[in-house]
Design a protein around this ligand. Structure first.
Ligand code: UDP
Ligand code: MG
Length: 240
């Protein structure tokens, strides 16, 4: 019997959680190789009704597990906590805002059955995204690859399926500022892309503004590479 875990980091997603939950239930009914499942909802210090909603879901459905943070620690921390508590043979990471179509999990399952350890949704189209966001994401991937040497595929978010082996390896990292999305590809396990069209958000607004995105991008590069340190040393020598 194989178990699938679905990890959902959520911060102020009261308008989306229940709809996503119902979509997931439909998907679970169609799974082929996973005969059991759990949903790990990670409340990242929401200030709206999200926690009350997931508590109600958990009281009605014992497949729903809850992790709740005392305050907002950020998307990456929530994802990592979810990975640490997920017990499945494979773990799907999905955003709460319904930008990631839940039914793609059925395609992920097929590729998992084909032996891939990292199966990720790759966006063919981005609906309702500003040109700034499109441009910055177009710049980030090549820069990240150039500086860190990690071949992170383009147009990929956190929507993916990870095998137990991949999850256990990621869990070994003691980092504070963890960049799950980069680490997944750093592992070098067999990976497979599944194309999809990324929808606009369901309810609510993005939890990232441009300043937060820039800091996120820099933090990820710095946590993956010593090149910025060398750069500063060489720059200092050059200036001297
Ligand atoms: N999220 C979170 N903590 C945060 C910010 C976001 O758990 O501090 C969750 C959010 O609820 C969503 C996912 O992370 O499920 C992605 O966030 P968002 O949709 O705001 O990012 P975007 O799609 O705009 O990149
Ligand atoms: Mg989103």
């Amino acid at each position: 019997m194989k178990v699938l875990s679905v990890v959902i980091p959520l911060f102020n997603e009261e308008g989306n959680i229940e709809i996503l939950y119902r979509e997931l239930r439909d998907v679970f009914a169609s799974l082929k190789i996973f005969s059991a499942y759990e949903i790990v909802m990670v409340n990242d210090g929401s200030r709206d009704d999200s926690l009350a909603i997931i508590k109600r879901l958990a009281s009605l459905d014992n497949h729903v597990k809850i992790i709740s943070f005392t305050r907002n620690f950020g998307h990456e921390a929530a994802t990592f906590a979810g990975l640490c508590h997920a017990t499945g043979d494979a773990v799907v990471l999905i955003d709460a805002d319904r930008q990631d179509p839940a039914d793609l999990i059925l395609e992920f399952e097929k590729e998992f059955a084909n032996g891939y350890h990292v199966v990720f949704g790759q966006r063919t189209k981005r609906l309702n995204e500003s040109w700034v966001k499109r441009l910055t994401s177009r710049l980030f991937y090549p820069i990240f690859k150039w500086i860190t040497g990690v071949d992170m595929p383009r147009n990929v978010g956190d929507f993916c399926l990870l095998s137990r082996k991949a999850v256990d390896q990621i869990k070994q990292f003691p980092e504070r500022a963890i960049f799950v999305r980069g680490l997944i590809y750093w592992l070098g396990l067999p990976k497979k892309a599944v194309p999809f069209v990324r929808r606009g958000r369901g309810a609510g607004t993005s939890k990232y503004n441009y300043a937060k995105l820039l800091i996120f991008a820099l933090e990820n590069i710095v946590s993956f590479s010593t090149m910025p340190i060398y750069f500063i040393i060489f720059l200092a020598l050059f200036l001297i």
